[in-house]
Design a protein around this ligand. Structure first.
Ligand code: BDR
Ligand code: CA
Length: 313
């Protein structure tokens, strides 16, 4: 049986590859809808970008919704310095065809989760958790439809990437993250501790380009652009390819290793706002609320991506 998923996202080049991977894996994953949130770039661009990716994958029938245009409490922080002005710089995007659905993304989430059977939906979150938390606050009963939330966010051993303590997705909306981490639902987290081991090196990008299809060309173009910021910042061989880890985990969980631990989000104003405080060594004696990944077979991950992209237009 296929696994039913909904993607919540703020594309972003790395979100783009995650969405393409999910669309390529249609024999395993039943992607029911994509909800955009404000994050890497403002909402008018993230919803447009999500639709561009459906076009690229030959899926203009995919329902795409626009969710929240700002975080629950804080002002929006964006990351054009990483992703470029459009969020998907690095490829020349044609005019968009996939329509935007009229319904608000949060209302779609509530409706889709309420009409699902118990635990039927896996939520895949690739951006700030605003839409998910808003759905949980507005309609707590909709949590019944969620079997698991698999998220990209946070970091512990690696520290943060947007402040010394906090990762971008969590720092943009720490209050939403606080709601989701306190929800009692099964959570699986792909933090920077994993994604900083998944580097889009020149060779791995060249393998995508060599596919010879439009998807390979777009991915290679986007990654070459996306890489420049992190390569300069970290002096690494490539940028960390964060978000596709979420979808790769659903397809090949054995690529990842981690453990179930207690994780709390710091929402107190100050230096560590948005920190994912991970009790890796069991010091608090609290029950675990999240499976946190720490290891990845990076070669296997890029092989999966490239093999799957070969199936797209
Ligand atoms: C996360 O922040 C965004 O810039 C990326 O798309 C990813 O979801 C990494 O910190
Ligand atoms: Ca993202």
């Amino acid at each position: 049986m296929k696994r039913a998923i909904i993607i919540d996202t703020d594309p972003g080049q790395d979100d783009a590859l995650a969405i393409l991977l999910a669309l390529a894996a249609h024999e395993t994953l039943e992607l029911r809808g994509i909800v955009a949130v404000a994050g890497n770039v403002p909402l008018p661009l993230t919803q447009l970008n999500a639709r561009r990716l459906c076009d690229l994958a030959g899926r203009p029938d995919m329902p795409v919704y626009a969710g929240c245009e700002r975080p629950m409490v804080r002002d929006l922080i964006t990351a054009e310095y990483v992703h470029g002005k459009t969020g998907l710089d690095g490829y020349d995007w044609p005019e968009v065809k996939t329509p935007l659905q009229e319904q608000h993304g949060v209302d779609y989430l509530i409706e889709a989760l309420r009409s699902a059977s118990e635990g039927e939906i896996t939520l895949c979150t690739l951006g700030p958790l605003t839409n998910i938390a808003m759905a949980m606050v507005k309609a707590p009963d909709c949590k019944r439809g969620i079997g698991e939330i698999v998220m990209m966010g946070g970091g512990f051993f690696e520290g943060g990437n947007t402040s010394p303590a906090a990762e971008f997705n969590i720092l943009v909306d720490p209050h939403a993250a606080h709601v989701v981490f306190g929800s009692g639902l099964p959570l699986t987290l792909m933090p920077l501790d994993v994604t900083h081991k998944a580097l889009a090196t020149k060779e791995r990008i060249a393998a995508m380009q060599a596919l010879g299809n439009e998807t390979g060309k777009a991915c290679a173009g986007m990654l070459s652009f996306f890489n420049r910021f992190d390569v300069e910042k970290y002096g690494s061989l490539g940028g960390p390819l964060h978000d596709p880890c979420v979808i790769a985990y659903l397809l090949e969980p054995s690529l990842f290793g981690g453990k179930a631990i207690p994780v709390q989000i710091d929402i107190a104003p100050g230096l560590t706002l948005g920190m994912t405080v991970m009790d890796w060594w069991g010091m608090t004696k609290k029950p675990p609320n999240c499976t946190v990944m720490k290891d990845i077979d990076a070669d296997g991950y890029f092989k999966l991506l490239t093999t799957m992209f070969a199936r797209l237009p």
